[in-house]
Write a new protein. Structure first.
Length: 406
């Protein structure tokens, strides 16, 4: 049965369910980020170069984009709940494969398959958007985004500490245990009344083609997707390069230090829901411009402050305070549209976002390998400047060509 609905006063999620969905999103998102603080350890274990190890997160992101394109549109036709349960179960098996892999090729394959079946974090916001009051859309979207940030935080901090004490492979055993628990609890977390609505007609191929058709009809979503793709590329490149930079011979910190620094993402958990509520009031496009400008200021401080584990807390705090809000405001530009097309619009948005993530995975490791921290910081500034300029342009136009004040 389709899970679309016209917004009304029935069938809304309880606050407890909203927080449970945010926690679920955290766990299923974390899987792709365990490797960030331990990437040097994994490279050393499999005897591969710093440039080559970047293929693992890059293929994970490309596979995720592919899986989202091929699988996420099913959310406009079939039960989001049943799809989530099925694909979260497959994620658990992939995590088990990464924990057991003894060869680099098998580890990379398991990571790539993990990316392909990771659609639950992107089904959940569409599921929730149909079950919240319109005036709370930004707040709930921000809460789920905070769940993503929390998952990334736990993945990075936890992976660094666990790897330092027990070895990198134990990170994936812990991840598998968390996924198994989520799989068992998901039927309760996503419990809701059946929702009637329009179901897209035609074959599966028609459904996929409609993703392109809808994307062409909603240019504002495409602009938001490209902005978030570049923003996500900046985010991914920052953390992969930072892990290599801090554990290099020049600085000599351990992977646990990388994990502790990742804990700064905790500020996003507090700031993102509040900024989402603020974006409800001022408008998503105007809010995006403001946070993009703040973010580029933070990124400008990475090079001068990047050689002290204490000073680098300043740019990390700034970028983590505002970075996730660029994603929240981007989603707000289309999650308020007709419920029966939200999942397919989300498909286009997320695919483009993770193509950006794959780009960032390659740039973060390759540019650092070629030109060190200076080259990395220059590339981050270039991407962030593009995000800011595009956000300003998007704020001055809407899908019908009208102007919007900044």
């Amino acid at each position: 049965m389709s899970e679309t609905q016209a917004d009304n006063g029935s069938g809304y999620l309880s606050r407890a369910q909203e927080y449970a969905l945010a926690a679920t999103t955290a766990v299923v998102t974390a899987n792709a980020y365990y490797i960030h603080p331990i990437i040097g350890e994994v490279a050393a274990h499999f005897s591969v170069s710093e440039a080559r190890i970047g293929i693992v997160p890059a293929l994970n992101q490309l596979a995720l984009a592919t899986g989202i394109f091929l699988l996420l549109p099913l959310g406009d036709r079939y039960s989001n709940k049943q799809l989530c349960i099925g694909f979260v179960s497959l994620q658990s098996l992939c995590m088990l494969g990464m924990a057991l892999a003894e060869q680099f090729a098998l580890f990379t394959l398991a990571s790539t398959l993990l990316g392909f079946v990771t659609i639950a974090p992107y089904l959940i916001p569409a599921f929730a958007s149909k079950r919240v009051a319109p005036e709370r859309l930004g707040q709930v979207t921000a809460l789920l985004t905070a769940g993503v940030v929390f998952g990334i935080l736990v993945a990075r901090v936890g992976a660094g500490i666990v790897a330092e004490e027990l070895g990198w492979r134990q990170v994936y055993w812990f991840g598998f245990a968390l996924m198994a628990a989520v799989t068992v609890l998901l039927p309760i977390t996503m419990r809701s009344e059946p929702i009637e609505g329009k179901t897209p007609r035609g074959s599966y191929m028609d459904l996929l083609i409609s993703v392109f058709t809808l994307a062409g009809q909603h240019r504002d979503m495409l602009i938001s997707a490209v902005i978030q793709g570049l923003n996500f590329a900046t985010f991914t490149a920052t953390w992969l390069a930072l892990a290599l930079h801090l554990t290099s011979d020049q600085l000599g910190y351990g992977v646990d230090t990388v994990g502790y620094l990742a804990g700064i993402a905790a500020v996003s958990i507090l700031s993102t829901p509040r900024l989402g509520k603020w974006a409800d009031k001022v408008g998503p496009r105007r809010a995006r411009v403001i946070v993009a400008v703040i973010q580029i200021i933070g990124l400008a401080l990475f090079y001068p402050f990047g050689f002290s584990v204490w000073w680098i807390l300043i740019p990390l705090t700034i970028t983590n305070l505002v970075g996730p809000t660029i994603d929240v405001t981007g989603r707000m530009t289309f999650l308020a549209l007709d419920p029966e097309i939200r999942t397919r619009l989300t498909t286009s948005y997320i695919v483009i976002m993770f193509l950006g993530g794959a780009l960032g995975s390659i740039l973060g490791t390759t540019i650092y390998d070629w030109s060190g921290w200076l080259g990395t910081c220059l590339s981050l500034m270039a991407m962030s400047a593009t995000v800011t300029l595009m956000s300003i342009w998007a704020a001055r136009r809407t899908s019908n060509g009208s102007r919007e004040a900044i």
